[in-house]
Design a protein around this ligand. Structure first.
Ligand SMILES: Cc1cc2nc3c(=O)[nH]c(=O)nc-3n(C[C@H](O)[C@H](O)[C@H](O)COP(=O)(O)OP(=O)(O)OC[C@H]3O[C@@H](n4cnc5c(N)ncnc54)[C@H](O)[C@@H]3O)c2cc1C
Ligand SMILES: *[C@@H]1O[C@H](CO)[C@@H](O)[C@H](O)[C@H]1NC(C)=O
Ligand SMILES: *[C@@H]1O[C@H](CO)[C@@H](O)[C@H](O)[C@H]1NC(C)=O
Ligand SMILES: *[C@@H]1O[C@H](CO)[C@@H](O)[C@H](O)[C@H]1NC(C)=O
Ligand SMILES: *[C@@H]1O[C@H](CO)[C@@H](O)[C@H](O)[C@H]1NC(C)=O
Ligand SMILES: *[C@@H]1O[C@H](CO)[C@@H](O)[C@H](O)[C@H]1NC(C)=O
Ligand SMILES: *[C@@H]1O[C@H](CO)[C@@H](O)[C@H](O)[C@H]1NC(C)=O
Length: 491
């Protein structure tokens, strides 16, 4: 027995010795969104040598702040959803960066430019969103559940509204779209009432305004206002990973191959690519192939789509408001679908510039808008804004447009994950996705982070960041581990 132990130890040192000159990195992080940037900077700040490989030409992933209008706009994530406990919010506050609360109560306009009753609509929206939070036990399609709750509520409090069929049809359609904007779903009946999602305490719509969400990444990376970065973190942009070889033999490196032919080795790798990209690539990305548990998790989790069209004007001309609902009759909505294939329901006012407006799309409408020629999209959007918001002013020509393509983008393939009606059947999918692949000695070799792996805060920037931190900590010895190791040595 003793002889075998010594032999194993000698083998261990032979390996470590042999690998040391070539093993440039401790950890390779794939993807520099919120999860990857948090993981990479946490490890590098602890002195680990980290290589981060990012396929796109920028850091941020599903956060993308761009210069636009007279400031910045967010093409991806826009708000900090809740402040306690939030790594994102804390990072801003610790660095004295102001964030501003944005009230997104909707003003409602009809196609002739008149304001319609927004009090009642906002009150009923609040009621429905409140029900969503209280609905975690049964597995019902969310739309059916909310319709039932709303009807009971109106029957008890405002029975005449329940009799107004046009109003009800219009409001239920609006609520379907609001759910779609939260979830990225196509229909509110694709979404389940069963979910482990938890809202953080505090304000749900804190904006980075003119700082931009990109500031979060600059602060993590120590590049804010010309900061020098982190000594132990190497970043390669425009570097798409195509292969991850993870031999199960202990002490053999993980080998990561890139589209450009480069090959990198490290002790372990943290993968942060979206569930949409994993669905498309998991069969070719890994050698050996992923275990069944992981494959099933990837197949079972749902990826939603939310897109924006942001338009700039020479100056602000629209009514004072942070959010608009374009209240259309059923006939108008049917006509919009017939004419152009989609209906525009919502607009919001970016907090990072004064002369831009955002229109929102989700589900199939978003996928369609992504594929149309830009000038077609622009014309339709400009007409709509003119009609609903321009009744009392001369509307200037737009100066520019950004149309997002989160589904078409091969490195995102959607916007964020949501709990679909099948999620209750597979309640462990997120945990299964987040569990590391181990070598035959039980040491984590391939680790998984990213929004979709967070059990309670998936679909958000703070959830993604938490997941990156979680996986970094898996690789860092904590005091408890060290104490245990010393105790073991003593005994
Ligand atoms: C339109 C929109 C609005 C949103 N609004 C909000 C909001 O207001 N608040 C909020 O909290 N959240 C919001 N979200 C969600 C939030 O943006 C995401 O949950 C979060 O940013 C995901 O971070 P991540 O690190 O998990 O993944 P990602 O940001 O997707 O990072 C993964 C990275 O991996 C890279 N990658 C992919 N494949 C490869 C490869 N083969 N090789 C190398 N690199 C690769 C990608 O380019 C990407 O940079 C929004 C998202 C969208 C799209
Ligand atoms: C990073 O690596 C260098 C050696 O290149 C080391 O001297 C330094 O202490 C490390 N930095 C941190 C923050 O750990
Ligand atoms: C933030 O502001 C406080 C008070 O002005 C100051 O003491 C602190 O050093 C600042 N912190 C950073 C990170 O700039
Ligand atoms: C949620 O449920 C709790 C307990 O039943 C109740 O007190 C609360 O009012 C409910 N919230 C909403 C928004 O209905
Ligand atoms: C409405 O409320 C009354 C009692 O106030 C009840 O008898 C009736 O069944 C309710 N209708 C619906 C559709 O819930
Ligand atoms: C939408 O506008 C119409 C008037 O065009 C109004 O009758 C209706 O109540 C509005 N819908 C809602 C849900 O407020
Ligand atoms: C236009 O002016 C009317 C009358 O003041 C007002 O009711 C309406 O809300 C305005 N519409 C817009 C789009 O500003």
């Amino acid at each position: 027995m003793v002889g075998r132990g010594v032999a194993a130890l000698l083998l261990y040192f032979a390996f470590v010795g042999a690998d040391e000159p070539t093993m440039q990195y401790d950890t390779i992080v794939i993807g520099l969104g919120s999860a990857g940037t948090t993981a990479a900077t946490t490890l590098a700040r602890a002195g680990r040598r980290v290589l981060a490989l990012e396929a796109q030409d920028r850091i941020g992933g599903r956060v993308n702040t761009v210069q636009f209008g007279d400031g910045v706009v967010e093409l991806g994530a826009e708000w900090i959803h809740g402040t306690r406990p939030s790594r994102v919010y804390d990072t801003a506050i610790k660095n004295n960066i102001t964030v501003l609360s944005q009230d997104l109560t909707m003003d409602a306009y009809s196609s002739d430019g008149r304001q319609t009753d927004k009090e009642l609509v906002n009150e009923l929206v609040e009621f429905c969103l409140g029900q969503v939070e209280n609905s975690t036990n049964d597995n019902l399609p969310l739309g059916d559940f909310l319709t039932k709750k709303l009807k009971e509520h109106l029957n008890a409090t405002k029975p005449s509204i329940l009799q107004d069929e046009d109003f009800m049809e219009n409001f239920l359609d609006l609520m379907d779209q609001i759910v779609g904007n939260y979830e990225g779903s196509n229909s509110w009946n694709d979404v389940s009432t069963f979910t482990h999602y938890q809202e953080l305490d505090g304000d749900q719509h804190m904006s980075w305004h003119r700082n931009g969400y990109k500031t979060f990444f600059e602060l993590l990376l120590n590049t804010y206002q010309g900061g020098p970065g982190l000594a132990n973190l190497s970043i390669k942009l425009n570097t798409e990973v195509t292969k991850i070889a993870w031999p199960q033999k202990p002490l053999t490196p993980v080998e990561v191959t890139c589209q450009n032919g480069e090959v990198y080795k490290a002790n372990n790798v943290i993968i942060t690519i979206s569930i949409g990209v994993l669905k498309e690539r998991y069969t070719t990305l890994f050698t050996p192939s992923l275990p069944e548990e992981k494959v099933l998790a990837i197949q079972r989790l749902s990826m939603g789509v939310v897109d924006k069209v942001v338009i700039s004007y020479p100056n602000k001309w629209w009514p004072n408001s942070n959010a608009f609902w374009f209240n259309q009759t059923k006939q108008e909505r049917d006509k919009a679908v017939k004419d152009s294939g989609w209906v525009t329901y919502f607009g919001s006012v970016p907090f990072g510039s004064s002369n831009t407006l955002t229109l929102w799309y989700n589900g199939d409408a978003a996928k369609l808008v992504e594929t149309l020629p830009e000038d077609v999209v622009k014309r339709k959007c400009v007409e709509l804004l003119q009609r609903f918001l321009g009744a009392n002013v001369t509307v200037p020509e737009p100066t520019g447009m950004h149309r997002t393509t989160w589904f078409t983008n091969p490195f995102t393939r959607g916007s964020y994950s949501y709990d679909s009606v099948t999620s209750m059947k597979y309640p462990n999918s997120r945990a299964d996705l987040g569990r590391p692949l181990l070598d035959s000695a039980g040491v984590p070799k391939v680790l998984f982070a990213g929004e979709a792996t967070d059990l309670t805060h998936f679909s958000t920037v703070h959830g993604a960041s938490d997941s990156g931190y979680r996986e970094a900590m898996r690789l860092l010895p904590n005091r408890q581990d060290i104490k245990q190791a010393i105790d073991n040595l003593k005994s």
